[in-house]
Design a protein around this ligand. Sequence first.
Ligand SMILES: [Zn+2]
Length: 451
Amino acid sequence: MTAPPVAETAPLVGAGARGGRYLDPVLETMSRDQLDAYRTSRLLNSLQGTYERSPLIRWAWGKSGVRPEDIKTLADFETSVPFINKDSLREYRDERGDAYSGLGAGPSPSVWGAQSTSGTTSDPTLLPFFDRHSVETPGSYTESFARAYWELGVRPGDFVAMTLFTFRGPVWANPQRIGATPVFFNHGSELGRLLDIGQRLRPSCLFLLSQAMIFELAEMAEAKDAGVREWLASTPFIYGGEPLGARAAFIAGELGMKLYQHTAVGDIAVATECLEQNGCHIPEDQVFLEHLAPESSARVAGGEVGEMVVTSIGDGIPLVRYRSDDLVRVGWDSCGCGRSHARIWPVGRVTDGVVVKAVRVMPADVWRCVESVPETRNGLFQIIASGKSMESLRLRVGKGDASTRSSDDIVSALTGSLEAAIGVPVEIDLVSEESLLRLGPPHKIPRIVKA
Ligand SMILES: [Zn+2]
């Protein structure tokens, strides 16, 4: 179906200097009412096709006795269609011997490329692209990337610097989709080359910055001339992976770097911050977003924390009611950039949190408080989990050598900060930083351990 006419157009600002702010003004700025009607219509019209092209969906729905013709309304969808998750993909893959987990017609010569999931929580899964069309055309997987690049000022003929710690899919196709040229740098060893070439080529964006890179760039910028700092301050950086700690954000601010957060949308699309830097935009014309309580699957209010559950309603990977395991807050209102599509603020993973006195506590909540106390500002801590629901939040926190206050004073500062921010009783075991660092590098300390 075609998009409904657009009632109003937001003023062009920021990137608008070169050819308009929006890659697809009609789809990106339609009113919330129009968007809701459009996405619901696409959802209901796409289910039959998704069912036919996805053995995984036929298998999952068959187990629940659901057929596409049973789903006539959004209410039918919400009450009858079963959820799937990464375990469903693995179960299908192992049971049927299909490397692509039933996401297409099975292994075939027409598979053009495959991307793999990160495997953060368990073994990685292969996601197929069946032909060039599936990555190169509007409405495909690249669309959400292309819109983000466009918003940050990338235009045909520009360069996009790509510093990837891992290649999991055809990432080069994303800038190419709008006629820009990707230039690659090794994340671990080529930051010097990036700084030199960056100043000459002037890429209009960099993908993908990590926290570790910020610290390294800061050190290198010290040793280089003012041109490097000027380049760092004039290039938009898209960052992803783990959330930025306060120290990395501070250093990036000192360097004048502009950072835009980026996150996956259940392997169907991506969500990236616009120039407003206020939440990552979900492409709602391609992804039907549900925001549900992890335990009860009830709808959650936008400002509350809920799990992102996604259904492909474009040409993306055929997943339906896919539980992403990602906890987010959602803004359903229009953004300052003029886009109506929902914004998400990632909070962590469902499997990352603990429940204390019915309050879900995430490592990020604890991190902010631990960093705020001078003696524990390096943010080294672990949550000690005991059972499904706990009566108090038990933490092991690493204390630096330079502290002059007594352990009792430090514990009381930590307790005050945590209880004020999270609102649950806290028990703290103060240990040396070395004892925690022995468990892994600073970004890999297991944040939640069993008692
Ligand atoms: Zn925006």
